[in-house]
Design a binder for this molecule. Structure first.
Ligand SMILES: Cc1cc2nc3c(=O)[nH]c(=O)nc-3n(C[C@H](O)[C@H](O)[C@H](O)COP(=O)(O)OP(=O)(O)OC[C@H]3O[C@@H](n4cnc5c(N)ncnc54)[C@H](O)[C@@H]3O)c2cc1C
Length: 519
């Protein structure tokens, strides 16, 4: 077993996993486990960019205020302060590693995105920010002694005497399962977009870290808050492709299929309203016009701006027969980003000693009920750096949860197993989540979904390969999302219920699920 020991084991090779690996290798031995190839992740698809207050009219304080305001009353102020104050330091690291952020006359160029009060979003390759980050970090990792095991799926967290000792992992090519031991286990497994029928997320984003952490006894917080991106290409036979927020930031407008510009009817900020408002408005317009799409129009913008600022989107659309400079882009919302996740404190620590979480899989509290665009890449680096800083401290990791006063802790309720349920498979799970737990929810739709999910859970087969592990993890996450959404009897941020359409001060609290409630 000694040969399988490393000081740090990191699960996941997106921005959070690779950035942690690069910092941690200065302090000890590092093993990265990733279930696909190193660059299979959401990070590489990020388009818009990474937020940082560096413009002349900007400040960390203003960034703080915009983030708090997007979070709809649930952002953790201390965590947001850390995010905005420590941003520049982490961006300097990315630049040092070689991420080629776009510049003009030697100055980094900044874009404005929805709900940011000033231009603040750095980008690389126009709209290929994530790809540049992922390629740069993975190249750096390859130049160090960091060991990376691809096609290796973490399948169980090993805990002994309330402390993490390692992880079990499946070799996806041979089907064998091995134990890997460590001092620090860091989950950087991304979100859970594959829960839904329509999603912008990569196929590897199946909520594994959340399901494994919950099973091991970790706390799961704010999991009902799932962000749906308003503008995802909706073309028959074409996989959902994100049309970045920055396209609206640069002046793109939304029209329904009858040609009416509808966003000013719903919000004074029109197309620059927060994502939940824009996504819901699109759903209302689609219902009103009996259509499965609306249109994004950029034909009034200079062609050169479109082709130089959004080369990746321009090319993708052109390859599918759409010329953005001349025609309208058919779009509809899709599941995009999970605000909640494994509950961590401001150092990325979970309630299990030695177990950390970072990136989209963690709930640091910065996003609250709704994420401000381009804050997730930033959160991934700021709190990842803190994970490594914490492991350097001389005192052993100690969980110091700072949201417990404002949280309701609960186990999952017991539910009856239904005698007749739809067959358990990925398309049925994704359709159930899209139809009943999607952009517009109700007590009735959530009750139906929880009963089916609990019944499926009771029948889960023993997993043996990557698809079966992923499906089991997805159903566990689906249950957590749905139970939390049912529990929260209000609408707030990205969580909207027709039976409780308003936010309620009583619910300005977090919901935390854990297997063993002690608080
Ligand atoms: C299309 C798109 C555009 C986006 N645009 C932006 C943007 O412009 N700005 C912004 O801030 N955010 C954006 N986001 C969100 C942002 O990209 C993600 O939140 C961020 O990249 C998450 O990074 P991560 O390292 O946490 O996870 P990921 O990059 O998703 O990486 C997760 C890793 O974990 C691995 N993994 C998962 N489970 C296991 C397991 N069981 N065992 C082993 N490995 C496992 C995966 O293979 C993968 O390597 C966008 C997201 C998408 C999908």
């Amino acid at each position: 077993m000694k040969t399988n020991y490393c000081d740090y084991i990191i699960v996941g090779s997106g921005i959070a996993g690779l950035y942690i690996a690069l910092l941690a290798i200065e302090r000890g031995s590092v093993l990265v486990l990733t279930k696909g190839s190193i660059d299979d992740c959401n990070t590489r698809y990020a388009q818009g960019g990474i937020a940082v207050a560096m413009g002349k009219d900007d400040s960390p304080e203003l960034h703080f205020e915009d983030t708090i305001s997007a979070g709809a009353g649930l952002s953790d102020a201390e965590a947001v302060r850390i995010l905005t104050d420590e941003a520049a330091d982490c961006i300097a690291d990315l630049i040092k590693f070689g991420v080629p952020f776009d510049t003009l006359d030697g100055e980094i160029t900044l874009t404005r995105e929805a709900a940011h009060s000033v231009p603040r979003v750095m980008h690389a390759g126009g709209d290929a920010t994530g790809e540049h980050i992922e390629v740069t970090l993975s190249r750096q990792v390859r130049s160090t002694p960091i060991k990376v095991l691809e096609n290796c799926l973490a399948s169980e967290i090993l805990v002994q005497n309330d402390k993490v000792i390692g992880v079990k992992a499946l070799d996806c090519r041979t089907g064998s399962v091995e134990e890997y031991h460590c001092q620090y286990l860091i989950l950087a497994t991304g979100g859970a977009g594959k829960l839904f029928k329509y999603t912008t997320n990569s196929n590897v984003v199946t909520g594994d870290g959340i399901a494994l952490a919950f099973e091991a006894g970790a706390e799961i917080c704010d999991i009902e808050f799932f962000q749906f991106h308003p503008t995802v290409l909706r073309l028959p036979g074409v996989a959902p492709f994100l049309i970045s927020e920055a396209v609206r930031g640069e002046g793109g407008i939304l029209k329904n299929v009858e040609g009416h510009r509808f966003m000013p009817d719903y919000a004074v900020e029109a197309e620059l309203a927060t994502r939940d408002v824009v996504a819901r408005s699109i759903v209302y317009e689609m219902n009103k016009t009996h259509s499965d799409r609306v249109f994004l129009d950029v034909t009034h913008l200079p062609s050169r701006l479109i082709t130089t600022r959004f080369p990746h989107i321009y090319r993708f659309c052109r390859d599918h027969g759409l010329d953005l400079t001349k025609g309208l882009i058919p779009v509809a919302p899709a599941a995009h980003y999970l605000m909640g996740g494994v509950n961590v404190n401001n150092w990325g620590e979970t309630n299990i000693s030695g177990l950390f979480a970072a990136g989209e899989t963690a709930c640091t509290g910065v996003h609250g009920a709704n994420r401000l665009a381009s804050n997730s890449l930033l959160e991934s680096v700021v709190f990842s750096k803190r994970v490594v800083q914490k492991t350097e401290m001389t005192t052993p990791p100690h969980y110091d949860e700072d949201r417990s006063d404002e949280a309701i802790f609960s186990c999952l309720p017991n539910r009856k197993v239904l005698p007749k349920i739809p067959p358990f498979n990925l398309p049925n799970l994704q359709s159930l989540m899209w139809d009943k737990v999607g952009i517009i929810r109700s007590g009735e739709s959530l009750e139906k979904a929880t009963d089916i999910l609990a019944s499926w859970e009771s029948l889960l087969p023993q997993p043996s390969d990557r698809p079966s592990y992923e499906l089991n993890n997805l159903v566990s996450c689906a249950r957590l999302v749905t139970e939390a959404a049912l529990f929260r009897k209000e609408s707030r941020g990205a969580h909207f219920r027709t039976d409780f359409p308003q936010a309620s001060p009583e619910w300005q609290r977090h919901i935390v699920f854990t297997k063993n409630v002690t608080k």
